[in-house]
Write a protein that binds this ligand. Structure first.
Ligand SMILES: [Fe+2]
Ligand SMILES: [Fe+2]
Length: 286
């Protein structure tokens, strides 16, 4: 196969859809301190499945409100603007993330499970250690591997070569991607996130989830995304072909200054994802 440059790949990205206008509007509204829950409600109500999803999550055991929440404005007040934003983005990307990725040997739904688990783990770490904004970090966890959706097409033909390089040279899958193809899935993810006009700290977390020491805007968000990703792989969720080739960066542990009791984080996250309603697998349209 003729080798393409990163630029050519990004320009060919017709199958990464533009974010629906509802998503961009919600992103803008939730950034604006003058917005009201009624403004948010008006936009959310234009999308039936998003409306259902917000209400289902607001009433899930995860948030644990004692009474039934029946309107979007009420859910917005109780969950907060940022939670509404992460729910909206996650609904918008689920169709893209759910695809099969032959280049990574990931079955349909596997990247979605990996991304959801990473997002939930990242949010859990942020809350547990009281670092950063947990809803924003959730979105970073959800989108960190978005570049794989595109990379999968290009890596398929060179797959054996990439795997051999990982084994024979004992390098990471990411470095092997870069050496064989000229770019890696984190760089492609970075370009998709830019194309979607996501906030710069989020773009950075996607770009550097495998090299957290490169983050400058919000190192905490990137470091948590990195750790949550490795933990998700340690849990065996959405490993794909490259899953075993990564380890937790000591730098990330140092920056966050957290006690690295990974086993207890894994146990806590397992409890959270056991609650089906917070995992929202029922949103998948297979
Ligand atoms: Fe990755
Ligand atoms: Fe990942």
């Amino acid at each position: 196969m003729k080798k393409l440059t990163l630029e050519q790949v990004i320009n060919k990205v017709e199958d990464i859809p533009a974010l629906p206008s509802v998503v961009s509007e919600i992103m803008a509204l939730t950034e604006d301190p003058d917005s009201t829950p009624q403004d948010i409600e008006k936009v959310v109500l234009r999308d039936q499945s998003l409306t259902a999803r917000v209400l289902r999550l607001a009433n899930s055991a995860y948030y644990g409100f004692p009474r039934r929440i029946s309107t979007i404005s009420e859910a917005t007040i109780l969950l907060g603007f940022r939670a509404i934003r992460s729910i909206t983005l996650s609904a918008a990307v689920s169709n893209v993330l759910v695809r099969e990725l032959p280049g990574y040997k990931m079955a349909k739904g596997e990247l979605w499970r990996h991304s959801q688990t990473c997002a939930i783990t990242a949010r859990h770490i942020a809350r547990k250690f009281n670092i950063g904004n947990s809803e924003e970090i959730y979105v970073a966890g959800l989108l960190h591997d978005i570049g794989k959706v595109i990379m999968s097409h290009y890596i398929e033909d060179d797959y054996i070569e990439v795997v051999n390089k990982v084994i024979s040279e004992n390098i990471t899958f990411l470095d092997a991607e870069e050496e064989i193809l000229g770019f890696n899935h984190a760089q492609v993810g970075y370009r998709i996130a830019e194309k979607w006009n996501l906030p710069p700290d989020l773009v950075e977390a996607i770009a550097y989830h495998h090299s957290p020491e490169d983050a400058t805007l919000d190192p905490h968000m990137t470091c948590i995304t990195h750790i949550a990703d490795v933990i998700t792989m340690m849990m065996g969720i959405g490993l794909g072909v490259d899953g075993m080739a990564y380890s937790i960066s000591d730098y990330a542990i140092d920056v966050l200054d957290i006690d690295t009791d990974i086993d207890s984080i894994i146990a806590e996250v397992s409890d959270i994802i056991a609650d089906e309603s917070s995992f929202s697998r029922d949103d998948l349209h297979f």
